[in-house]
Each structure stands twice: as C-alpha cells, then as structure tokens.
Design a binder for this molecule. Structure first.
Ligand code: SF4
Length: 398
C-alpha cells in the first residue's frame, strides 16, 4: 500500500468506516506507528464523546482454585499434570471464601475464578463454588472462565455446553472472562495448545453463552510465534461472531511470558507490536466497545501508552495473580500508582464495574484514596515462589 493509500484507509477508519481484514493487515504491518495511534484514538474519542477524558480501571482478584490440568498448553507455567502430586494443589472452599472476603474488604468488585482443567471438576464443582461465593458475597461479580473450561466441565459431567452454561449461570456466574482464546486460528493454536478445542469451537461456545444472556470479554495471547496475518485472522473471527451476538464487551490482548514453560521464550511480542495491536483492534473491532490496555504483561509505561493508542481501560489492580506471574510477569502496581499512570497520560481515572459503569470518578486528586492497601499481588501464596504480602493478615483466616 502506498503512503497515500494507507492514510486514506486510516482516515476512513478514524471516521467510523469499517476496514477489511486485508486492510487491517496492511495497516498492522506498515502504517506509521504514530498515525495508527492517532486514528485509533480518534475512534475512541468519538465512541466515548462526553467521557473521552476518562480512562477506567477495576479492582479484582484472581482466585486460582487448582493448578491441576489435563491440557498441558505449551506456553503455560502454571499447570501441574494430574500425576504430578508434588506440584499439584487445590484450594478448598473455605480458603476461596477467605480470599473473597479480603477482596470485598479492599474494595474489590470482581472475582476471576481461574484454574486448570482438573480431571474431576465437572459442572457440579463450579455450581457449588459459585453458589457459595454468591451466598456469602452477593456484591461480588463472578467474571470468570471461558469456553475451554465450559467444554471441559461439560465433558466431565456428560452434559451439553448449553446445559453447563445455564447451570453455572444460575449458580452465580455473571459473565465469562474469555479465557483460553489464546490464538484462534488453527495453526498457532495447535502449536501452543494442541489439546484445547479449536478456535471455531471456542467461538461457538461463546456464541451459545451470548445467546443465553451471558456476556463475555475476549482475549488474545500474543508472541508465541504466530504471524501478523494470524493475529488479524484472530480479530476477524471475533468480529464476525460479534456482528451476530454483540456479546463481547471488550477485547484484551496480552503478551506471552517466557519463563518456566515448554516454549522457552523462543519468540515474544515486542512493545511496539503490542501497541500496534491495541490500535488495530480499536480500528478493526468497530463492534466491540472496550479495548483494554494491560500493564501486567507489558509493563506500566507501555500500559500507559496504550491509552493513546485506542485503549479506554487500563485493566485492574489484581489483588492476586499467579498464572502469568509463574511465567515471569514481574510487574506490580497499586491503586494509587494506577491513578497516577492514568492521570499522567492526560486522562481522568475512574473505577469501573465489570460492566464498565463508572463507580468512582477520581476527578479531583485531592479526593484520591490515600490508603496503600489496594495492592496488586497482595497474595501470591498459591505458588511456591510466591511471597504473601503482610496485608494478607488483614482479615483473620478463622
Ligand atoms: S493455560 Fe489453562 S488449560 Fe492450558 S495448561 Fe495452563 S491451566 Fe491448563
């Protein structure tokens, strides 16, 4: 594409026109970075006219209920094979409820229940746990799991995915986090997650969930050796489903972490590739409301920059996280720092709900929260190398 033709496509996208996968690939490969970001930011500003000065964040906790997993993804540093009893662990319900209590105590609003595909955990396991969480903490939103877990639990319980979704939704699951999308096109998916369902099946299950009134977010794992064309194909697959269902609230790309997994870090996405993906997602996914920047895997500065490349949300203060931390993600943050990052990007921070409504708009720095309790990785006790923060004692475990 000539420079003139590239700018014409960027102008069309910035004005709200739809771009084709071929155009998206051309832009992703060769549009000047700054022009790409300018067009993506124009789209964001138009979509959020009136609140375009705001960037959101959420306070949440990942609760890892088990690392035992039969699926053995090659990028994963978290799982233990069922026979590996030295490495494998499970959390009991009391432990899980204690972690929920700490989340509420610290102002968290969302739980990401996240774990391996345990060979014994069918629909009943999730029904029991979601019902118990909702009974004890009705204010917590359970935004968790994805199509891979649904496929697995339905198989274990020998029921359809429709039934599995209906039952866990009735028990308390509010929305799907879209876990397990990784790369949806067949070649990279088979290379990194050969035992997972196909990308088409992942989307089919999400489409069923949307039809049953259970919305989700969508994700992409970048940097495991996929091509640029495969990244754009991933976006196309999501956009096509979204045209039918409208059930994806957000798109969240994040980058592969290289430690302690079979892929050994032979490939990784660069910060520039990540920022280009944020921008191209904002331009191409014209039917997805929210594009989330993530400081956890790419770092705080790149996360902050993502707000200038089309992102309207900077993810979360994740009170507990073990999965990407196991693979080497070392970035840590807290609410005060997240407010600072958003503000120094020229935006007003707002704490949001799972469904993206603004809960608190921090429009006056004088009113910022001053406590230092809301810290990411407050508890990383689930892995051997994890260091429990002293504040874990905030709530008596008894
Ligand atoms: S990514 Fe999930 S499904 Fe894959 S091995 Fe890790 S825990 Fe299991």
């Amino acid at each position: 594409m000539t420079a003139h033709a590239t700018q014409a496509v960027l102008d069309r996208a910035a004005a709200g026109g739809r771009i084709t996968p071929e155009e998206a690939l051309d832009l992703y490969r060769s549009a000047p970075l700054h022009a790409l970001g300018t067009a993506a930011d124009a789209v964001r500003r138009r979509r959020y006219a009136g609140t375009e000065h705001i960037a959101t964040y959420i306070i949440e906790r990942n609760i890892n209920y088990t690392n035992v997993c039969v699926t053995a993804c090659r990028f994963c540093a978290f799982y233990a094979a069922p026979k590996d009893t030295a490495k494998g662990w499970t959390r009991d319900l009391d432990d899980i409820l204690r972690r929920c209590a700490e989340t509420v105590e610290l102002g968290g609003t969302q739980i990401m229940f996240q774990g391996g595909h345990h060979p014994d955990y069918g629909v009943e396991y999730y029904e029991k746990h979601f019902a118990a969480i909702k009974k004890a903490f009705p204010e917590l939103v359970i935004h968790s799991l994805g199509a891979s877990e649904v496929e697995h639990m339905a198989r274990i319980s020998d029921v359809s995915v429709e039934e599995a979704i209906r039952r866990i939704h009735a028990a308390g699951l509010d929305s799907f986090a879209g876990a397990g999308a990784e790369l949806l096109p067949a070649r990279p998916r088979k290379a990194i997650a050969p035992l997972k369902e196909s990308g088409e099946r992942w989307l089919e299950i999400m489409e069923i969930a949307h039809s049953l009134g259970v919305e989700s977010t969508s994700t992409m794992l970048m940097g495991t050796g996929e091509t640029n064309a495969e990244r754009i194909e991933h976006l196309r697959m999501i956009r096509d489903v979204q045209d039918r269902t409208g059930g994806f609230r957000a798109f969240i790309p994040y980058t592969y972490q290289p430690e302690n997994n079979h892929l050994k870090g032979q490939t990784q996405a660069t910060v520039f590739e990540y920022l280009r993906m944020i921008a191209i997602a904002r331009l191409f996914l014209d039917n997805v409301a929210h594009i989330q920047g993530s400081w956890l895997t790419v770092g705080k500065e790149a996360g902050q920059l993502s707000l200038h490349y089309g992102a309207d949300d900077l993810g979360s203060v994740m009170l507990e996280e073990n999965v990407v931390s196991s693979a080497g993600a070392k970035h840590r943050s807290n609410r005060m720092e997240l407010l600072h990052l958003i503000r120094t990007a020229g935006r007003v921070p707002a704490q949001r709900a799972t469904t993206y409504e603004h809960l608190v708009v921090h429009d006056d720095p004088a009113n910022d929260p001053v406590d230092d309790h809301v810290v990411s990785h407050l508890s990383s006790t689930a892995i051997d190398s994890g260091k429990a923060h002293p504040e874990l004692k905030l709530i008596d475990a008894s």
